[in-house]
Design a protein around this ligand. Structure first.
Ligand SMILES: [Zn+2]
Length: 220
């Protein structure tokens, strides 16, 4: 384990919670950064804070409400129904460049905290059209942020090449499958744990979990 500081970009969902437990195995000093950007469900921030408390890490909440003023999208506007993108289209939960913004804000906070490591749960495998979730973008931004702030940040993306089944396997290896299944919030309808079962996020999460459990390698 490295005696270094790390911050995790954290939403209280399956992916970032898996990243949090991953970070806790890698670094001695871990805290989480939660963005309040006018999520459809305020519950998300409450859930994220309580997971951080249970994991024994500090949580910093940053107000990014400005995001909801930038465009019309289903994540932040409750009057817009969530639709899956048609082939080649982005889903209408899209806030363009959101991860770019999150990571850039995270780097400023990291500098303030003296943290060298920034961890994000972005993933290219379940790529739903978000260009700033791609590995090439994260690597490019890492260079840019280091130049911008004269720092040597390392952005870690432990889930980058994993599919949802493999992300569940990682949760299990970390001894946190049950915790992540029961306490995290991924559902677009704001239902904790296994969720509503109908929205795209729930379907992706549940399909991955079923695939992993069917393999019979799960420890719980
Ligand atoms: Zn759902």
């Amino acid at each position: 384990m490295k005696k270094e500081k790390a911050i995790v970009v954290f939403s209280g969902g399956q992916d970032s919670t898996t990243c949090l437990f991953w970070a806790l195995e890698q670094f001695t000093d871990v805290s989480v950064l939660i963005f309040d950007y006018g999520q459809r469900h305020k519950n998300e921030i409450k859930v994220a804070k309580s997971i951080a408390a249970e994991a024994g890490v500090r949580a910093k909440v940053i107000d990014l409400q400005v995001l909801s003023q930038l465009n019309a999208n289903a994540l932040t506007n409750p009057t817009i129904a969530i639709e899956e993108g048609q082939e080649g289209d982005l889903p209408n939960t899209f806030v363009p460049g959101r991860n770019h913004l999150f990571l850039s804000f995270a780097a400023v906070v990291a500098k303030d905290l003296g943290a060298k490591h920034i961890i994000t749960g972005v993933c290219e495998t379940d790529f739903s059209g978000y260009p700033d979730c791609r590995d090439v973008f994260v690597k490019s931004l890492n260079v840019t942020l280091n130049l911008a702030m004269n720092e040597q940040f390392v952005i870690h993306t432990p889930l980058m090449w994993l599919n949802k089944e493999e992300t569940w396997a990682m949760a299990d290896q970390l001894g946190k499958l049950r915790f992540i299944r029961e306490k995290t919030l991924t559902c677009y309808e704001g239902v904790i744990g296994d969720g509503c079962g109908r929205c795209p996020a729930c379907k992706l999460r549940m399909n991955g979990l079923q695939a992993y459990l069917q393999k019979g390698e799960a420890s719980v």
